[in-house]
Design a protein. Structure first.
Length: 229
């Protein structure tokens, strides 16, 4: 396994991911049953699962953040603590990356969020850029790239190219992934061997349509309840 890839092994991660994988209620059933409360409950469960996994990923991926001293006073007396030194930015890949953003904002409440709009063309499976909120000059020192699903790896590679062109060195970027395919992660590692990747789980296969197998479906569709038949 490449040294820059970190796969989490944690009971909470495993349990949350297992819930995300379940397809006990499909969109057709949602429409035919006509029960909004069930639909809303399924959506909340998906969001909560992505949120919990993303939060744990964020905590684990920040173990080596630089600190600097903080001198202050408690109600009892003086103390020396620490604050996080680098200015951290979050770059979620739209739209599925939005499901990870709130969890990382709990860790970095003041972090700016720079949305990157990329979608995968269905025939060629190549990424297409349609939106970027990156300012002309980076006002941050480090970036967490948020991509819940890495299937072919093309979208993540395109986003990484955007960040490097923006002026953030690869050593200051960390990719956070809920579920990746072995092929997709390997493609990213071949292209950017020095990139640090934090992933909750890895599946072995891709379908002919470029979906992770067994996977958990399309994260964006499941998060925002836009699954089509």
């Amino acid at each position: 396994m490449p040294g820059k890839r970190h796969i989490l092994s944690h009971p909470i991660i495993n349990a949350r991911l297992s819930q995300l994988r379940l397809a006990t209620t499909n969109p057709k059933d949602f429409r035919e049953v006509g029960c909004p409360s069930k639909r809303q409950h399924q959506l909340r469960r998906s969001v909560q699962g992505i949120h919990d996994i993303s939060f744990i990923l964020g905590v684990e991926a920040t173990r080596d953040l630089e600190e600097e001293p903080l001198h202050g006073h408690t109600p009892v007396g003086p103390f020396t603590g620490t604050v996080i030194k680098p200015r951290v930015g979050l770059t979620p890949i739209l739209r599925a990356g939005l499901g990870m953003t709130d969890a990382l904002l709990k860790i970095f409440p003041a972090a700016p969020v720079y949305h990157l709009g990329l979608f995968r063309e269905k025939v060629s499976l190549q990424p297409v850029e349609y939106y970027s909120k990156l300012p002309s000059v980076p006002p941050v020192d480090a970036v967490f790239l948020l991509d819940p699903l890495v299937a072919t790896g093309g979208t993540a590679c395109a986003a990484l190219t955007m960040l490097l062109d923006w002026g953030i060195p690869l050593s200051r970027v960390k990719l956070l992934v809920v579920l990746g395919s072995e092929r997709g992660l390997q493609r990213i590692e071949d292209t950017y061997p020095e990139l640090e990747i934090w992933v909750a789980a890895v599946d072995p296969d891709l379908t002919p349509d470029g979906l992770i197998s067994p996977g958990l479906g399309d994260t964006g569709d499941r998060l925002f309840n836009t699954v089509r038949e």
